[in-house]
Design a protein around this ligand. Structure first.
Ligand SMILES: NC(=O)c1ccc[n+]([C@@H]2O[C@H](COP(=O)([O-])OP(=O)(O)OC[C@H]3O[C@@H](n4cnc5c(N)ncnc54)[C@H](O)[C@@H]3O)[C@@H](O)[C@H]2O)c1
Length: 295
């Protein structure tokens, strides 16, 4: 890529960041600032971030803050990055908690090479597919059908286009995460707790979290499509339960959830596929949701 830009007469400098979450630290970003300065990168230059969601989160933060902001272009190389992390303008670094530092700022452009995504190892495809399915459940019933019928064999260009369209539509109405953007948390309340308590991958945890949220949705909002959701999750090779996970630990983590308030646990729910809402959920419903995923 740098060679292509050089052949167009543009000067490029290239730096490799640490892998995955190791990139999302203030220390790595501080080193990046110094390198940008030493390399003579100025206001009119562009930072092109090529990598997974962790890398675009970290590089996006650096671009947003270096010289009070230079343009960023994201080239997500994971399906999760393409359908989720690169879209919506959230950047993030980890401090005491994940994504504790960050700001809202869109990249100038996002470029997705579907051939790269097609070649991903299956576990990375599955992780991204969980977020694509979530996008479908929240805002595109046809995407749920596509993933439910074809699983990981679905045309990734269509999957990315449709999932991104849902996220863009929601983010456009709520850039700063004060209202309907919470709908994108569907499956993530229990999902995050399962990710920590059971040590599963993010995608697998979100899949389990969606089954739990489906049960809570049935009890609180009349959701009648739990089977449709569960079938699609299974078709993607993702888990629908997390047996053996410590229920007490999950409840503890849910209690710490920053979205908790006096009325109970605040969760994104579905009244139907494509009909999201946010509601405070009583503890009896939380217990039933955990039972639904064998926790
Ligand atoms: N900003 C947002 O709105 C947002 C949304 C969702 C997730 N995120 C963040 O995204 C991160 C998760 O993203 P992720 O799942 O892409 O994780 P990641 O960036 O850690 O990448 C996962 C692994 O895949 C490797 N990888 C990347 N591209 C590859 C390729 N083409 N082939 C083979 N391996 C490849 C990476 O090196 C890494 O080891 C988390 O830090 C999360 O907080 C941000």
């Amino acid at each position: 890529m740098a060679g292509d830009l050089e052949s167009e007469g543009r000067r490029t400098v290239v730096r490799v960041l640490p892998d995955g979450e190791d990139a999302k630290t203030l220390g790595v970003v501080a080193e990046l600032y110094e390198w940008l300065a030493d390399s003579g990168v100025g206001r009119d230059d562009v930072l092109v971030a090529v990598g997974g969601g962790a890398l675009t989160d970290a590089a996006g933060f650096a671009a947003a803050t270096y010289l009070r902001g230079i343009a960023a272009v994201y080239v997500p190389t994971t399906l999760l990055g393409a359908v989720d992390a690169a879209v919506g303008g959230k950047t993030g670094l980890n401090l005491l908690a994940k994504n504790q530092i960050g700001l809202f700022r869109h990249p100038r452009r996002v470029v997705v090479d579907v051939d790269v995504l097609d070649g991903l190892p299956e576990h990375l495809k599955r992780d991204g597919a969980a977020e694509a399915l979530k996008a479908g459940l929240v805002g595109d019933p046809g995407l749920v059908d596509l993933l439910g019928e074809e699983g990981l064999d679905a045309d990734l260009e269509e999957v990315v286009d449709r999932a991104v369209a849902v996220k863009v539509r929601i983010v456009e109405g709520d850039f700063r995460d004060e209202g309907q953007r919470l709908h994108l948390n569907y499956g993530h309340t229990v999902g995050h707790a399962v990710e920590v308590a059971a040590g599963t991958s993010h995608g697998a945890a979100v899949a389990v979290g969606m089954v739990a949220a489906g049960r809570a949705s049935a009890l609180e909002a009349g959701f009648a499509e739990e089977d449709r959701q569960r079938d699609a999750i299974r078709r993607l090779g993702l888990p629908v339960a997390a047996p053996g996970t410590d229920r007490g630990r999950v409840l503890e983590l849910l209690a710490l959830d920053k979205k908790r308030d006096a009325g109970g646990l605040r969760m994104a729910l579905l009244a139907g596929v494509g009909r999201p809402l946010v509601s405070n959920v009583p503890s009896a419903t939380v217990e039933a949701a955990l039972t639904a995923v064998e926790i």
